[in-house]
Design a protein around this ligand. Structure first.
Ligand SMILES: Cc1ncc(COP(=O)(O)O)c(C=O)c1O
Length: 411
């Protein structure tokens, strides 16, 4: 392994826990997958989103150089940077949940079933939609998706940001026209404020995380994410990976991906490894406790999109039975991973690089390699969930702007 990885990935910068409760790799998907993410709803979400203007599958990069350096047989990286021009896979979830909410409301109020997003964009139900306000708290990417959905479909939108959301991320959300409300404290404070204000004012919360009594909307959000997983299955054209590394915030993305990949590759499913910041480790702590448990750290991390204090309950129900390994990482591993990807012309933001950083940490530690079954024959898929969503932070961490990285991309 080149000194490059070994320098950054010194022992003690990552930890992992093997989840004995995960179903066996040769079994079919556990019942909880269909209970929480019914396939019929997933098909509906994918058919809808693929009709949206600007839809195009995002790239799946084959990274042979990095695979060789890490001593594995093959590496594929799904690159969500170009997704709908919003910079992350989150474009798929929040906006779809806004659409679904409006369609159900129009059905309930006006008796029109099967409202299409094209009808909403054309203002066909303006009288109902213009009375609606959607609201959410966000670390950045989910809020951008909700604001984009509200703008497309014609309702009002309030976005709650906590103190650590960078000005660059605020500006990117503001471009979609919502009212932005800054809240003192951390992410959990902003969630509570959004919820209180929504209840008082009759707004609809569109959250990507589920808590007691709030399940339907986060389910739609997760179904939206399966656009990405179904693209991966098509792009791999019959090749089934042995391992999939997934970043974890509240767990919605990882749960949706583990559920969808298990279904797609039933009987030969890969091992699922969830990667979180060590300061925002709610999924890891929940795995240790065997039930939902809060993060042990202060939620301060460069991986802004993964800064979550509590798991999404729906996501936890899926991950507790599908995730094989829960990993935690030090922030110090992120910049080297972003730079190594930039050398190959791939732009990954701070949260986007987490899954590959998790793989590199595991691959450079012989005990972790053995625990995870990583070797020269492993074919690994990692999700890079965002591009340079804050261009200034990207340039600071990589030492080059995203534009320069793209210009130097090898053909
Ligand atoms: C870029 C990025 N990656 C991963 C995640 C994690 O998704 P989840 O919170 O559903 O686990 C987020 C969440 O905001 C994100 O913005």
């Amino acid at each position: 392994m080149p000194a490059f990885w070994l320098d950054a990935f010194q022992p003690g910068r990552a930890g992992w826990y093997v989840n004995a409760a995960a179903g066996l790799v040769n079994q079919s998907a556990p019942a909880v997958v269909e209970e929480i993410m019914p396939e019929a709803e997933g098909i509906r979400a994918r058919m809808e989103i693929q009709l949206w203007q600007g839809y195009a599958p995002t790239p799946l990069h084959r990274l042979d150089g990095i695979a060789g350096e890490l001593g594995i047989g093959g590496l594929w990286l799904k690159d969500e940077g170009p997704r709908f021009g919003l910079g992350s896979f989150k474009a798929l979830g929040g906006a779809y949940a806004v659409y679904q909410f409006l369609a159900s409301l129009i059905e309930a109020r006006g008796g029109y079933a099967g409202v299409t997003s094209a009808e909403l964009r054309a203002g066909k139900f303006h009288e109902i939609v213009s009375q609606v306000t959607v609201a959410t708290a966000t670390d950045g990417n989910h809020g951008k998706s909700v604001a984009w959905g509200a703008q497309q479909f014609g309702c009002a939108c309030k976005i709650y940001l906590h103190g650590d959301v960078s000005p660059g991320r605020e500006a990117a959300i503001a471009a979609y026209g919502p009212e932005i409300i800054r809240v003192a404290g951390d992410y959990d404070h902003s969630v509570r404020q959004a919820d209180t204000d929504a209840t008082e004012n009759g707004w609809q919360v569109i959250s990507d995380t589920s808590y007691p009594g709030y399940r339907e909307i986060p389910r739609d959000v997760m179904q939206g994410y399966t656009v990405m997983t179904s693209e991966v299955v098509r792009q791999l054209a019959g090749h089934v990976p042995t391992h999939v590394f997934l970043p974890g915030g509240v767990g919605g993305l990882a749960a949706a991906a583990a559920a969808a990949f298990w279904r797609a590759w039933s009987g030969q499913r890969p091992r699922f490894i969830i990667v979180e910041p060590e300061t925002a480790d709610c999924l890891y702590q929940s795995a240790l406790a065997g039930q939902p448990a809060p993060s042990s750290g202060d939620l301060e991390t460069v991986m802004a999109g993964l800064s979550a204090g509590e798991v999404s309950l729906l996501a936890w129900d899926i991950l507790s039975e599908t995730a094989d390994i829960f990993m935690v990482l030090a922030d110090a591993l992120i910049a080297p991973t972003m730079r190594r990807l930039a050398d190959d012309g791939v732009i990954a933001g701070e949260s986007g690089a987490a899954a590959l950083a998790g793989l590199a940490a595991a691959a450079s530690d012989s005990t972790a390699r053995a625990a995870m079954g990583l070797d020269q024959n492993s074919r690994v898929l990692a999700l890079s969930t965002e591009g340079a969503t804050d261009p200034e932070i990207y340039q600071r961490m990589v030492g080059r702007s995203a534009e320069v990285v793209l210009t130097n991309r090898r053909p």
